[in-house]
Design a protein around this ligand. Structure first.
Ligand SMILES: Nc1ncnc2c1ncn2[C@@H]1O[C@H](COP(=O)(O)OP(=O)(O)OP(=O)(O)O)[C@@H](O)[C@H]1O
Length: 244
């Protein structure tokens, strides 16, 4: 059974129709990378997958359960889906460890000792165990992003969403975050990733989707979409990326 099924998804903000009928299926263990020009709706699509946006039309089904706009449905979804944002959104007044253990304590009801053990394991996975007591302001952007990934993983999500996780980072810090994501992918995590990192997409993605103006214009293997794009908009977009 597919882990994610999106059918005829439309999202409007007033008169602006940001998603114009997106269909998407993601299988367990699949890594799907979304590329496309700024404003084409990539973030909005990810936000619909984790319940941060409510579809105007169409359906999102995660793990066989249709996502409904009610608190219970959204709470259940938040347990299944982890999201990592461009700007890490860590709580500034909490240490790295406390950022990671907050939701397991509050939402999963773990004891302090259980949550701490889990938090330290998650921080070790992203190579941040040595900085468990540090506050976000004492960490580099790459380190903060790795803590944000550990925080999402601590909820044992079935699906991880990454929205341009490296685009707010200095270039020398991008690699350490991508490495953590590569490891997750190798371990079989189902992932939807919005990124402009074409090397990562080529190496790690099972499937690449090119979006333009609220629609999926082209999809296929990284080789098909990135090396042999068929659609003129995909070709234009990739040519512009290469010029940067
Ligand atoms: N809450 C909102 N209210 C109004 N308009 C919005 C809202 N969220 C997004 N938009 C608009 O929807 C369009 C698509 O935004 P979205 O962030 O999904 O695009 P994107 O493809 O992720 O772009 P980028 O690569 O620049 O992040 C943009 O024109 C944006 O201004």
């Amino acid at each position: 059974m597919a882990l994610v099924e999106v059918r005829n998804l439309h999202k409007r903000f007033g008169a602006l129709e940001v998603l114009q009928g997106v269909d998407l299926t993601v299988q367990p263990g699949e890594v799907v990378v979304f590329v496309g020009p700024s404003g084409c709706g990539k973030s909005t699509l990810l936000r619909c997958l984790c319940g941060l946006e409510v579809p105007s039309e169409g359906e999102v089904v995660v793990g066989g359960t249709p996502v409904r706009d009610d608190p219970r449905s959204l709470q259940a979804l938040h347990r299944r889906v982890g999201m990592v944002f461009q700007r890490f959104h860590l709580f500034p007044h909490l240490s790295a460890l406390d950022n990671v253990t907050l939701a397991p304590r509050r939402v999963l009801g773990l004891s302090d000792a259980e949550a701490e053990a889990l938090g330290r394991r998650m921080l070790a996975m992203v190579h941040m165990d040595a900085r468990a007591e540090a506050y976000p302001a004492q960490l580099s952007g790459g380190q903060q992003q790795r803590v944000a990934i550990a925080r999402a993983l601590a909820m044992k999500p079935e699906l991880m969403l990454f929205d341009e996780p490296t685009s707010a980072l200095d270039p020398e810090l991008v690699g350490e975050v991508l490495e953590v994501m590569r490891t997750l992918a190798r371990e079989g995590m189902t992932m939807c990733v919005v990124t402009h990192e074409m090397g990562f997409a080529a190496d790690v993605a099972h499937r690449v989707l090119f979006m333009d103006a609220g629609k999926v214009v082209e999809e296929g293997s990284p080789q098909q979409v990135l090396r042999e794009p068929q659609h003129p908009r995909t070709r234009e977009f990739l040519a512009r990326l290469l010029q940067r």
